[in-house]
Design a protein around this ligand. Sequence first.
Ligand SMILES: Cc1ncc(C[n+]2csc(CCOP(=O)(O)OP(=O)(O)O)c2C)c(N)n1
Ligand SMILES: [Mg+2]
Length: 377
Amino acid sequence: MTEGKANSRKSHHRRPAFQMRISTKYAPRKAPDGQELSCIKDTSLRPEQMIELYRYLKLTRLVEERVVNLYRQTKVVGGVYRSLGQEATAVGSAYALRPEDFITPIIRDLGACFVKGIRPREIFAQYMAKAWGPSGGKDLNVHFGYMDKGFIGPISHLGDMIPVMTGILLGARMQQKDIVGLAYIGDGGASTGAFFEGMNFAAVQKLPLITIVEYNHYAYSTPTSMQTAIRNLVEKAAAFGIPGHIVDGNDVIACYEVTKQAVDYARSGRGAVLIEAKTYRRKGHAEHDDQRYIPEGEIEWWEKHNDPVNRFEKFLIDQNIATTEKLAEITADVMREIDEDSEWAESSPMPEAEGAAYGVFDNSIVPPAFRPKVLEN
Ligand SMILES: Cc1ncc(C[n+]2csc(CCOP(=O)(O)OP(=O)(O)O)c2C)c(N)n1
Ligand SMILES: [Mg+2]
């Protein structure tokens, strides 16, 4: 053995068993007393892109408000899930993707669906289970997908979208397609077996998977501290040997920048990245949840001091990117679109009952004994 080889072996042994590659560059900051939180100033975004981000944030918040309105009029079928207070995470991260990239959103990621080109009318029709909705009344809320828009409909089973996205990325690599996948998961979902299996496989295969864990403090009524012993969910990245970042999930610019960095890393063939977004779920699990398990004053604190829309408005005005009048104009335009689209969705008929027999299974392989009369016509 040459001396050089012996030395290199020695230095190999001196390396730690694993390195925690966790960055907190985009981590939450505490505002000095009396100072309102804003957004990070170090950004590559152009002013017109920031205005577009603002539009997506407002669209998300106001579409959800309209859905609640429809729910209270008993026009919605099933539950209503909100991302109130978390909109910046979904919007900022999805904005860092190319149109051909894929996302797997969950119930707090409506904003990412809009960035991917979903229109409010589709969301309204879907929530009301109407015939003109994307799943034609066969499924509800964000349970629909568009392969051509890179938007995969979520499976309800928590954690399972991670191996699904991993499979999509493996398939894409085999087809020599240059795409990146962005999977969203909650703090609760990150404790499932499927999350670990999918992340591990993506890591070992160096697949371009970016997973955003949304630390929103609760899974249903369970506080995060009661379902995982680690403080920062990003520490799980060490188990997979991939880099991790903590980001202030209520800072839309920080969410964009951290995801952009991860996207560049993944697209260049270096593999998967885990991002933990620190945010807060201001509504209950769904509209029916009265949130009686939340400590007094907690929601109000986040609403007053750490609202992602207010923070971005402050940033845009302080940085002279927009005036209050300009922001009001954007909001009015968003409202116009919402009015038009909710009217369109309300005017849609309910689906024909026979439709339930189609588009669920491959009807050509339904055993004859189970084939209802309607399929034979
Ligand atoms: C494997 C599995 N277990 C339980 C559920 C029921 N369930 C649906 S959402 C939810 C809480 C999810 O919490 P979290 O992952 O933190 O996401 P959040 O709702 O906070 O965005 C639970 C327990 C499920 N869908 N799948
Ligand atoms: Mg949660």
